[in-house]
Ligand binder design. Structure first.
Ligand code: SDX
Length: 429
């Protein structure tokens, strides 16, 4: 919707920039014709004030701590729904009817196996390879196994690739974990729900019956819901940019996994737990808070702060509740890591520096404690984030491909390098 124009004076040039309104959230200035009309670029390297696309999938109000998926608050989806229902909502825009949900669950369940040749693919990695390195390589390789769903111009192939990604990520993630710890791969079981299937593929061993703990399965499913999608974050923007060149969906998701791995993004859950372990006891918290505030110290309080949330991350609140449920179920309510985390949160939220910079715990602050208690090593934390975020990446990728305005993403730059100069022969240097 274009409603009004903003007027920009640039030297002797005057340009009108169309102002476009969304359904909710900030208006945008459409600067598409700015360079053509003025010969000037805009400059916003961290995209702090830049909308890269139009989307109908997820909305965040960072000041109010609101997260909506297709208009539904994350609190309600996490409370009342399950992960596959959230997947359906993100992909198709509406909550499924009972029949649609049954059909979608059935279709995803019957795509959970991977090509048998893939199990040999893992043997090329060292056992001590970081599981995220294995995920980047293995997911990128899916396009070598599933040629019949790589034509992005074919809606049917896009749908099959989407289902395959959502269905196979738990299997591949579990295989990466089993390979890492030297245990045999466990095949998916079609009679289990998504989260239970994943827990069984990770923790079952051939020598005994594995019983899924329903409290842990529910917690796992809720953790997947909390990580499913989050507007145009770094990894989603990576997937969109990779997809804008027409690359196949498996390659685009592999690019998203690579970006998510960074400690400033999805790697923060692993870094946050390592930080809590390094702090060790509440009496050492002031020392780390001081380091976090010290401009000369690169240390950041991992699991704190967010580009968009300048209020509490609504996912962190639900995550904290899930942490308490899981620790209580496992009899670890007195987990020293949880004590340190809660004390750290209490101190940080009353500290002038964190208040002034609006730094609150984000989704990664509590997730690590929960995942560790469930039996996952820290190296698997970001793998679980990637598993859950796959549906968000796929939904955003599909929205971009289906957008008639879609073009290859090709940003420009502010060039501050050397002006044109002639080559100097070696004898003259
Ligand atoms: C995720 O984008 C998303 O939606 C991401 C995500 C998703 O679901 O996809 O929500 C998932 O990535 C959550 C964020 C996980 N990362 C961490 O927990 C790592 C620690 N946090 C920081 O690295 C940082 O807060 C970021 C990366 C999250 C946000 O960085 P910004 O928006 O670029 O903010 P900034 O680095 O410019 O910080 C603003 C100020 C700075 O101080 P000044 O230069 O203004 O003096 O706040 C300070 C920073 O030094 N600051 C911190 C801090 N985070 C920011 N100081 C101490 N500890 C921190 N954690």
């Amino acid at each position: 919707m274009t409603d009004t124009n903003a007027h920009l004076g640039l030297g002797d040039k005057k340009v009108d920039l169309p102002v476009r309104k969304g359904t909710i959230g900030p208006d945008v200035l459409d600067i598409g014709a700015l360079y053509k009309n003025t010969g000037t670029f805009t400059y916003d390297p961290g995209f702090t004030s830049t909308a890269s696309c139009e989307s109908k999938i997820t909305f965040i109000d960072g000041d109010e701590g609101v997260l909506l998926h297709r208009g539904y608050p994350i609190e309600q989806l996490a409370e009342h729904g399950d992960f596959l229902e959230t997947c359906y909502l993100l992909l198709y825009g509406e909550l499924p009817t009972a029949a649609q949900k049954k059909d979608f669950d059935h279709r995803v369940t019957h795509h959970t196996m991977v090509h048998e040749q893939m199990s040999r693919f893992f043997t090329g990695f060292r056992r001590d390879a970081h599981p995220m390195a294995v995920m980047v390589g293995t997911v990128g390789a899916l396009s070598a196994f599933y040629h019949d769903s790589t034509d992005i111009t074919d809606p049917h192939q896009r749908m099959v690739a989407s289902l395959r990604m959502i269905a196979k990520m738990p299997t591949i993630a579990a295989m990466a974990y089993k390979y890492h710890i030297g245990q045999p791969f466990v095949y998916p079981q079609n009679n289990l729900d998504y989260a239970s299937n994943f827990l069984r593929m990770c923790f079952a061993v051939p020598c005994e019956e594995y019983k899924v703990n329903p409290v842990l399965a529910r917690a796992m499913d809720r953790i997947f819901i909390l990580h499913a999608d989050h507007e145009q974050n770094a990894s989603t923007s990576t997937v969109r940019l990779a997809g804008s060149s027409g690359a196949n969906p498996f390659a685009c998701i592999a690019a998203g996994i690579a970006c998510l791995w960074g400690p400033a993004h999805g790697g923060a859950n692993e870094a946050a737990l390592n930080m809590l372990q390094e702090i060790g006891t509440p009496d050492r918290i002031p020392e780390f808070i001081a380091r976090a505030k010290d401009k000369n110290d690169p240390f950041r309080l991992m699991g704190f702060g967010h580009r968009v949330y300048k209020n509490y991350d609504p996912r962190a609140k639900i995550m904290q509740k899930t942490t308490h449920e899981v620790l209580a179920e496992l009899g670890h309510s007195d987990d020293p890591l949880l004590q340190v985390a809660m004390e750290l949160e209490k101190i940080a939220l009353t500290d002038e520096y964190f208040i002034e910079k609006k730094l609150y715990p984000n989704i990664d602050f509590y997730s690590g404690i929960t995942l560790k208690a469930m039996g996952f090593p820290t190296t698997m934390f970001t793998v679980l984030f990637a598993l859950a975020r796959t549906v968000g990446w796929i939904a955003q990728w599909a929205e971009m491909i289906e957008d008639p305005q879609q073009r290859i993403g090709r940003p420009r730059q502010l060039y501050t390098g050397a002006p044109k100069r002639d080559y100097l022969p070696l004898s003259k240097r």
